[in-house]
Design a protein around this ligand. Structure first.
Ligand SMILES: Cc1cc2nc3c(=O)[nH]c(=O)nc-3n(C[C@H](O)[C@H](O)[C@H](O)COP(=O)(O)OP(=O)(O)OC[C@H]3O[C@@H](n4cnc5c(N)ncnc54)[C@H](O)[C@@H]3O)c2cc1C
Length: 476
């Protein structure tokens, strides 16, 4: 694209979206050009922020006409580099932001649904549902910034997947602008609808490669009348898996979260996060943070009696149950501060993996041994959503090592971990997606017919490869 045709495209986009919707000022664009950890950066000719689905459709149509590549962006909290422009793409790029798509279009308490635009921040949706005495259960560390569109595009998981499923199972309807600029309206609030291919599924977890999501109808649930949260210590991952199985037997679907955390993860938190401290004196190699909800008033007593039985059976060694909302917040703050503490502790290599839950102990033992053999002194920070078989198996640089030299081995160590995960029937990306970071891994572990069909779908829906090129697949 020549500078003149680029200028013509920007003029047309400014006319369609107005000055607030089409920004070219470098300072205003700057925060949108870099991923929050600084791992990925790029450039763009404009930041486009449509304020309605019609404006989004007009913008996409103009971009397609002028050959501008489009990078959908939500709250920019993603962890695989899919939401920021990148240098690998030769074409001029625009950012297609959801930030002005902020309306809640409908809340139907009787149908247990909420229809909202893609730029709504997750925490605001949780609040809106609660004000209508309903629950929107998606919950994750970035909920104060991430947007519904980003959650859907990444099929986000979070802490309540065990009970409510990941984002895919929370979406009933979608509105998407296709790469041609056509609006695909699939905004149905139906729990049953067997009418051919379920097209919305294509866009959930597609990481913005097939279209720009402008709105969704999401599922709501009854709100819990009582909730109880405990932090307990267990001897090892085997004990944690057994505790999980017994918790589900005793408490059924009222177990909404079951998180496993290793000692080093909490050590980093107490060392680096001001005011953070563990509520028990003795340290343990492993901790479990579990939460129970109930539509009755009995969550506290049921959790307490389950823990007493577990203590008697020797399944847990120590534990504390939150006695107030504030204590609950403090327990969850310990868990949610791990990523921040890791960052403050030095360079880190992240693996967001899942295996069948029963194989988690084997995974932890084998992968820890393998990475330690490959890099003596490497520090394993393992934590995550054990109830989903999903762990963040992260590696922090050995004490005194060079950060850049350590990070240069990201790919090599990734292969060591992912090969073990594959042997155990698992996945190299449980909830963060593929983006740019794991593109090679997609080709390596999902090659053959699976990858070929994904590429066929991409070509059919976006033949010009204008929607988030370079994400999931090489930008040919
Ligand atoms: C502290 C912290 C904790 C986290 N915890 C979790 C966790 O527990 N579970 C989890 O799953 N993730 C977690 N994440 C990752 C991240 O928050 C999620 O992936 C989130 O869903 C991304 O939403 P976003 O709005 O920030 O999207 P962005 O980062 O802006 O974009 C992510 C991807 O979605 C695409 N996209 C964004 N908006 C749209 C749209 N409207 N239409 C089409 N495509 C779009 C982008 O192109 C990109 O590929 C965490 C992140 C942080 C920083």
């Amino acid at each position: 694209m020549t500078p003149a045709s680029s200028a013509a495209a920007i003029d047309a986009l400014e006319q369609a979206l107005g000055p607030a919707g089409c920004i070219t000022d470098a300072a205003q664009m700057a925060p949108h050009l870099v991923e929050w950890r600084g791992l990925f950066t790029g450039s763009a000719v404009a930041l486009l922020s449509p304020a309605s689905a019609d404006e989004a459709a007009a913008a996409v149509k103009l971009c397609a006409q002028h050959g501008l590549a489009m990078v959908p962006q939500g709250g920019n909290t993603g962890l695989v580099g899919g939401g920021v422009p990148r240098e690998v793409t030769k074409r001029p790029q625009v950012i297609l932001s959801g930030r002005r798509l902020k309306r809640i279009r409908a809340l139907d308490p009787d149908n247990y649904t909420l229809t909202a635009e893609a730029g709504c921040v997750l925490a605001d949706l949780q609040k809106a549902a609660a004000e209508a005495d309903r629950l929107f259960p998606l919950s994750l560390g970035a909920e104060g910034s991430c947007q519904l569109g980003g959650n859907i595009a990444t099929n986000a998981g979070g802490i309540n997947v065990l009970r409510y499923g990941n984002t895919r199972s929370l979406v009933l309807g979608l509105e998407v602008v296709l790469p041609t600029g056509e609006i695909l309206n699939l905004l149905r609030g139906l729990r049953k609808d067997n009418t051919g291919y379920d097209l919305k599924q294509l866009f959930i977890g597609a990481e913005g490669t097939l279209g720009f999501i402008t709105a969704a109808t999401i599922k709501l649930f009854p709100r819990a009348r009582s909730s109880a949260t405990a932090l307990v210590t267990v001897a090892d991952p085997h004990a944690a898996v057994r505790l999980h199985a017994h918790a589900r037997e005793a408490l059924g679907d009222d177990v909404v979260a079951f998180e496993l955390i290793n000692q080093l993860a909490f050590e980093l938190v107490t060392r680096h996060i001001p005011g953070a401290r563990l509520p028990m004196d003795a340290q343990s190699p492993w901790y479990v943070l579990l939460e129970v909800d109930s539509v009755h008033a009995d969550a506290g007593t049921r959790l307490q009696s389950f823990l007493e039985a577990s203590l008697d059976a020797g399944e847990i060694a120590d534990g504390t149950v939150a006695q107030s909302g504030q204590q609950r917040e403090e327990l969850w703050r310990l868990r949610h501060s791990i990523s921040e503490a890791e960052k403050l502790a030095g360079a880190g290599i992240k693996h967001d993996i899942a295996v069948p839950l029963s194989r988690v102990p084997e995974l932890l033992a084998t992968a820890t041994e393998a990475v330690t053999q490959r890099m003596p002194g490497v520090q394993v920070v393992a934590f995550g959503h054990l109830g989903d078989g999903n762990l963040h198996f992260n590696l922090n640089q050995p004490d005194g090592s060079d950060a850049d030299a350590f990070l240069a081995r990201w790919h090599e160590l990734g292969e060591v971990v992912y090969d073990i995960v594959a042997e155990l029937g698992g996945t190299f990306s449980a909830e963060h997606g593929v983006g740019i970071l794991k593109r090679d891994d997609l080709a390596r572990y999902r090659g053959g017919a699976e990858l070929a069909l994904m590429q066929t779908l991409k070509r059919a829906i976006d033949p010009g490869n204008l929607m988030n090129p370079g994400v999931l697949f090489e930008d040919a």
